[in-house]
Design a protein around this ligand. Structure first.
Ligand code: SAM
Length: 292
């Protein structure tokens, strides 16, 4: 039995064997600390009935651990150089499918239908590449996938934004989207030394547990997120100003915007960062007939 992939020695051995060189442009920082893997796996609450979608398996450090604990793993890797490595290194596991695709472009529903017909709970797990972290999280949230939980390793600065509350510097449209669909929790901080090569910043593991129902009722989800993004477009500007300049045709709808703000009980000179998710929902519902 080989040693676990997540150790400096075995990772180096695999990299040397395949002559693999890291691509910074793909956010390739591989985990070499088995304790962190244990924490990710424990936080995801995986058991042998679960199906797991992994984003970005790298050389398989996390994939290996997920395969040992779950029924089935389907792992999306964009870098073609890693496909033969993964197939070789994880060859002993009959419950792993390696999918050579850009996760952002992949049809995840189709993969779920093909790979997980008889799995119990479905999870998405990944040590996310930092250059597309928020786009990946947004894809997982907005595609209405039959997933119970997500556990992600992200840069600490992004992790802080996911669970941020109003009136804090980290609070923004990403916080609102994540908290609309899930309950976010920070699992653990991860030092730079847990990766090869070492990134410039510390990381954090977060668990996002899907809500059964959103915490607020909105007339149209896409429109709700358009409004929240508009209100944070220029953080120093008032909501009124942002809405007028960011919403399509907003400059000609000053009166209607003002009316919707007052109806929602929101002073037009407040800034986006002071609004709760309930206030954003009231505002978006009031603006929907104006712009929707
Ligand atoms: N899971 C491995 C680990 O923890 O050691 C590797 C994590 S590394 C931070 C991110 C991985 O995501 C890399 O293997 C990279 O090639 C892959 N990746 C980057 N962009 C991707 C994309 N758009 N779709 C799928 N995989 C991607």
């Amino acid at each position: 039995m080989n040693k676990a992939i997540a150790s400096p020695g075995r990772t180096r051995e695999i990299l040397d064997k395949y002559g693999f060189t890291f691509k910074k442009s793909l956010g390739q920082n591989f985990l070499i600390d088995a304790n962190i893997l244990d924490k990710i796996v424990a936080a995801s609450g995986i058991d042998e009935t679960c199906g797991v979608i992994e984003i970005g398996p790298g050389i398989g450090a996390l994939t290996e651990r997920l395969a040992q604990k779950s029924k089935k793993v389907a792992a999306f890797e964009i870098d073609g150089r890693l496909i033969p490595v993964l197939k070789d290194v994880l060859g002993g596991y009959g419950n792993v499918s390696i999918i050579h695709q850009d996760f952002l472009k992949a049809d995840i529903r189709k993969t779920i239908a093909e790979e997980f017909q008889d799995a119990g709970d479905l999870l998405i797990v990944g040590n996310l590449p930092y250059y597309v972290t928020t786009r990946m999280i947004m894809k997982c949230l907005t595609e209405d996938l039959p997933v119970s939980r997500m556990v992600f390793m992200v840069q600490k600065e992004v992790g802080d934004r996911l669970s941020a509350k109003p009136d804090s510097k980290d609070y923004g449209s990403l916080s609102i989207a994540v908290q609309y669909y899930t309950v976010p929790e920070i699992v653990t901080k991860v030092p730079k030394t847990a990766f090869m090569p070492r990134p410039k910043v510390d990381s954090i593991v977060v668990r996002l547990t899907k809500r059964e129902h959103p915490p607020v009722g909105v007339a149209d989800e896409t429109f709700f997120f358009t409004v929240t993004r508009s209100c944070f477009a220029q953080r120093r500007k008032t909501i009124m100003n942002n809405l007028m300049h960011q919403m399509p045709g907003g400059k000609d709808k000053k009166e209607e915007i003002l009316h919707a703000l007052l109806q929602a009980g929101i002073e037009p000179e407040r800034r986006g960062e002071s609004l709760s998710i309930e206030e954003f929902a009231r505002l978006a519902n009031g603006l929907y007939p104006v712009f929707g």
